[in-house]
Design a protein around this ligand. Structure first.
Ligand SMILES: NC(=O)c1ccc[n+]([C@@H]2O[C@H](COP(=O)([O-])OP(=O)(O)OC[C@H]3O[C@@H](n4cnc5c(N)ncnc54)[C@H](O)[C@@H]3O)[C@@H](O)[C@H]2O)c1
Length: 277
């Protein structure tokens, strides 16, 4: 099925690569124009590289190749003024706003008593505060049309189930679920729906890097993709080491569409059974 969000405009953060790019392209394929935002630089407390400006341009190129319009901006979701400026300019360019996918996020790890303070702060700032700033900047635009809308927050299976050595990540992603519930209640009278997607391990640069391999294979000098695949495969009841970004985009496309017109306040697990184990 295509055309599920025909004529609508979607605002996607973390759109330069990984799940954010996949969501942006899927929504474009379903008929939406896209406001695509990314930081496009690294963060000190994050040990792997974040997306680049060239990757954001590539997302834009692929959206245009689908015959949809795109507005890109480099903005840090930790900065409310920058997020607001990006979405305001995007709406001025593309004419309206119907869908938000607050997807930008980071990963770091360490024992709870040794986690550097900036790692804790950056995590809460990007993965929780950044989600709030994204939604806060978007609400007035969605509300102004009076026609409802869909806000999708990227939480995680780790917002539902705990994991050791990532207390700040688990706290932020659980916080996103709480934020979603409160927003869903507040915005329901305006037919603005708010849901989370809760993926388990997704095949993106966030997991495929030396740092993340080191979390799951401590002490192994040169961990390979095959070795990490074996470890991840033990974590999912279904026989797969990870899910693909498109698996999450399928959920995003559903939640963004009118097929989900009475779906709000949902934590949608896309997790190969991870949370059951
Ligand atoms: N990969 C996984 O296993 C997994 C599992 C569950 C949830 N998630 C969540 O999914 C979301 C997408 O992650 P991904 O897997 O695509 O990883 P990714 O690292 O490929 O993508 C994250 C994107 O967010 C951007 N970003 C980071 N900080 C930003 C900031 N301050 N402002 C704007 N943009 C910023 C990055 O540049 C990057 O493009 C994240 O919220 C992540 O926590 C990932």
């Amino acid at each position: 099925m295509s055309g599920r969000v025909q004529g609508k405009v979607a605002f996607v953060t973390g759109a330069a690569r990984g799940q954010g790019r996949s969501h942006a392209l899927r929504l474009a394929r379903e008929g939406a124009d896209v406001i695509a935002v990314d930081l496009c630089q690294g963060i000190d407390s994050v040990a792997y590289g974040l997306a680049t400006e060239a990757e954001l341009k590539e997302t834009a190129r692929e959206i245009e190749a689908l015959d949809r319009r795109v507005f890109t901006a480099q903005a840090d979701v930790r900065n409310p003024a920058a997020v607001r400026a990006a979405v305001d300019a995007g709406v001025a360019d593309l004419g309206r706003l119907d869908i938000v996918v607050a997807n930008a996020g980071i990963l770091s790890a360490g024992p709870a008593d040794q986690l550097p303070e900036n790692a804790w702060r950056d995590m809460i700032d990007v993965n929780l505060n950044g989600v709030y700033y994204t939604v806060r900047a978007a609400i007035p635009h969605i509300r102004s049309r009076g026609a409802g809308g869909s806000i999708i927050l990227t939480s995680s299976a780790l917002g539902i189930r705990a994991m050791a050595y990532v207390p700040h990540y688990v706290a932020a992603k659980a916080g996103v679920i709480g934020l979603m519930r409160s927003l869903a209640l507040e915005l329901a009278p305006e037919k603005i729906r708010v849901n989370t997607v809760n993926p388990s391990i997704v095949d993106t640069p966030m997991i495929h890097n030396r740092f993340t391999y080191g979390i799951f294979l401590p002490g192994v000098e040169n961990p390979t993709s095959e070795a990490i695949s074996d470890v991840f495969a033990t974590m999912n009841p279904m026989p797969t080491p990870w899910i693909e970004p498109e698996d999450v985009s399928n959920a995003v496309a559903f939640l963004a569409s009118d097929e989900a017109r009475y779906v709000t306040g949902l934590e949608m697990k896309i997790d190969a059974g991870f949370c059951l184990a």
